[in-house]
Design a binder for this molecule. Structure first.
Ligand SMILES: Nc1ncnc2c1ncn2[C@@H]1O[C@H](COP(=O)(O)OP(=O)(O)OP(=O)(O)O)[C@@H](O)[C@H]1O
Ligand SMILES: [Mg+2]
Length: 329
């Protein structure tokens, strides 16, 4: 089997600030072993500072590893960095489109990057047309990027990452800072690039929901290490087990009755926690389907005249998932 990415004991140590302001060595990436198959849509999840960007940067040959090595598209990041570079497109969302020239049009931006990537001119023109068409930017091709919406800038950045026709895309937090609509659109485009153009996509995110929707496989990083590497089905099962709904109820004169009514609902699996102070009642529940649960619980309590102060779905933390999957604290 051919792998798009293989990492072998990859480690990157930085000198920097460690706990309580002291200086020391931080292992941003710590003995990472990883294999991503060709054609996979692979999600790398983890909290801030987990090492996701550092790992991507090593694979993109932007920084060198301190130990270990990696292969991208079968080429060694240390020995064959030129070939590695022509194998991937890189996209990072954090800059909100700042890696484009705002005073150039979309097509001039793309021409400029095609030139930097040594794409022959006639090939470049054809690809630029094709991508502007693909991303539905044809009619705005001559508009300056500064006048584009955020979603349109994302599309130009994606087109840019694809100009040299790489088989692999590294996407570092592609939806960070985007509004809901642009995030949905970006996820849809990533899916299309994977399914229709066959691109291997490795993308990082803080957002479990996003990874759950998009990926086939997911790895979770913490303190430089990959602590979980699992199929999306396993992750979904785990999430289902630990996702909860929290309800705050005001003026609850009859807490026992409220609890009883809630526990009788078919979709309520378990009442996880009850706190009752003064006239305020707090209930945490495990349910079958969080999206369905919120309106149903609201309706049920309303029909008995119960005043809900707030109701929300609580997302499990990376810590919760880790504990659940490994049984370790
Ligand atoms: N150039 C650097 N010099 C020193 N320390 C660094 C450097 N780059 C990253 N680090 C440290 O390495 C660790 C991992 O950082 P990295 O940016 O890879 O995490 P991340 O998972 O991408 O986080 P985020 O979700 O915030 O983007 C952090 O502790 C960070 O402070
Ligand atoms: Mg990062």
């Amino acid at each position: 089997m051919k792998y798009a990415v293989e990492a072998f004991n990859l480690t990157k140590a930085f000198k920097g600030e460690i706990d309580n302001g002291e200086r020391g060595v931080v292992k941003a990436v710590d003995q990472v072993n990883l294999k991503v198959r060709e054609g996979e849509l692979f999600g790398l999840l983890g909290p801030n500072g987990a090492g996701k960007t550092t790992l991507i940067k090593i694979l993109c040959t932007i920084i060198l590893p301190s130990e270990g090595t990696a292969k991208v598209n079968g080429y060694d990041v240390l020995e064959e960095s030129e070939k590695v570079r022509s194998s991937f497109g890189w996209f990072h969302g954090e800059t909100g489109g700042r890696s484009l020239y705002w005073r150039l049009s979309a097509e001039d931006n793309l021409r400029f990057y095609a030139y930097l990537q040594n794409v022959p001119r006639d090939v470049a023109e054809k690809r630029i047309d094709a991508f502007l068409e693909f991303f539905d930017l044809m009619k705005d091709r001559r508009k300056l990027v500064k006048d584009y919406s955020t979603g349109m800038k994302v599309k130009v950045m994606l087109a840019r990452a694809l100009l040299h026709n790489p088989p692999i895309l590294f996407m570092d937090e592609p939806t960070i800072g985007l509004d809901t609509l642009s995030s949905v659109e970006t996820r849809r485009l990533l899916k299309t690039l994977n399914t229709e153009l066959g691109k291997t996509i490795i993308f990082t995110s803080h957002n479990m929901f996003e990874v759950e929707q998009l990926c086939e496989r997911v790895a979770i990083m913490r303190s430089g290490k990959i602590i979980i590497d699992s199929s999306i089905t396993t992750l979904k099962d785990t999430l289902r087990d630990i996702r909860a709904i929290e309800v705050d109820i005001r003026d609850s004169k009859n807490p026992d009755e409220i609890i009883q009514r809630l526990s009788q609902m078919p979709m309520v699996i378990k009442i996880l926690e009850i706190r009752n102070r003064a006239d305020n009642l707090f209930v945490r529940l495990q349910v079958e389907d969080e999206y369905e649960a919120i309106p149903q619980i609201t309706e049920r309590l309303h029909s008995f005249g119960t005043k809900i102060q707030s109701i929300r779905q609580v997302e499990p933390t990376f810590e919760d998932i880790f504990v659940k999957l490994t049984g370790k604290e």
